[in-house]
Design a protein around this ligand. Structure first.
Ligand code: ATP
Length: 292
């Protein structure tokens, strides 16, 4: 049996450069793995095909699930005739801007590559993954990465200095397609300084990172859901270095120097019932290799 952890991500910075004629958006973002994960297991079974079940979430275990789609893709590509049973234990909030589905799909590509000894390289898994979703290539290895193109051009960056995170997912589901569909790239009055943030990471300068946090997708999602702005203000007011919406939202994260600050913010969010899920956690640190 193969076990895989599928880690969630946040975006320390997210910029959109332009909308391509094919409808995809060209992005420039800094991705960072956080210590919240789904667990997956992969086991061979006698019956051909894919058996799939989900624990911990009310999500249909059908052929639309990214786990099922990733498994089908790889098994058809390698013409695997044996069967597989997959279980997914869900913890990452769904439709949250934390790439939960992409992380599960990436873990499935890694898990089946190992289980059936397919011998695909990381690059080959990324190429398969991008056909299912733009964040999947990043999720194959995770870590701290600059993500460009539509998400398939990845450059490793220095990991951020040690700090603590408070992460809050309000009780609303946000469709990534809706947010990108309503983004007016030409009218953006602000672009986050992604290059400056990469330099601050290289210098180990936490304030240089937090001072440059920005996400252009807030222009769409915050207008729709004011609770996001409220959470950001609350986090900063209670001592976070800075706070930002992750991905297309609605999840908001705050970066704190002290664990106590993150705990205090989490307690206030719970008390005011501003979120359906609140985590106090950290970045996943260390070598990217541990994801493969
Ligand atoms: P991203 O940050 O990449 O935009 P997200 O965190 O906003 O992702 P997901 O949790 O990946 O969003 O889910 C988006 C939609 O994908 C859900 O509404 C769900 O129906 C579908 N989905 C398919 N497979 C999965 C999965 N394994 N886990 C969660 N959602 C999935």
């Amino acid at each position: 049996m193969i076990r895989e952890k599928a880690y969630a991500k946040i975006n320390l910075g997210l910029d959109v450069l332009r909308r391509r004629p094919d409808g995809y958006h060209e992005v420039k973002m800094i991705m960072q793995t956080v210590d919240i994960c789904d667990d997956l297991t992969f086991e061979k079974r006698e019956k051909p095909g894919i058996g799939f079940c989900i624990e911990g979430a009310n999500l249909p275990a059908d052929e639309n699930n990214l786990v099922y789609r990733a498994a089908t893709l790889l098994m058809e590509k390698r013409q695997i005739k044996e069967g597989v049973s997959i279980t997914l234990h869900k913890r990452i909030p769904i439709a949250a801007g934390m790439a939960g589905g992409s992380a599960d799909a990436a873990a499935t590509l890694r898990g089946l590559n190992a289980l059936f000894r397919m011998g695909y390289s990381v690059e080959e898994l990324k190429e398969s993954g991008v056909t299912l979703g733009a964040d999947i290539p990043y999720c194959i290895r995770g870590g701290t990465m600059l993500s460009e193109g539509i998400g398939e051009i990845l450059t490793p960056l220095s990991e951020p200095p040690a700090c603590h995170l408070v992460i809050a997912k309000p009780d609303i589901d946000v469709s990534t397609a809706f947010v990108y569909g309503h983004l007016q790239v030409d009218k953006l009055s602000f672009h986050p300084d992604i290059d400056g943030m990469a330099a601050a990471l290289a210098a180990g300068d936490l304030e240089g990172v937090t001072d440059r946090m920005g996400n252009v997708l807030e222009t769409v999602t915050v207008k729709e859901y004011p609770v996001i702005e409220r959470l950001k203000k609350m986090m900063c007011g209670l001592g976070a270095e800075n706070a930002l919406m992750s991905g297309s939202g609605p999840t908001v994260f705050g970066i704190c120097k002290e664990r106590e600050t993150a705990d205090k913010i989490a307690a206030s969010i719970r008390k005011e019932e501003l979120a359906e899920a609140v985590f106090v956690t950290e970045f996943v640190r260390g070598e990217c290799e541990k994801y493969i």
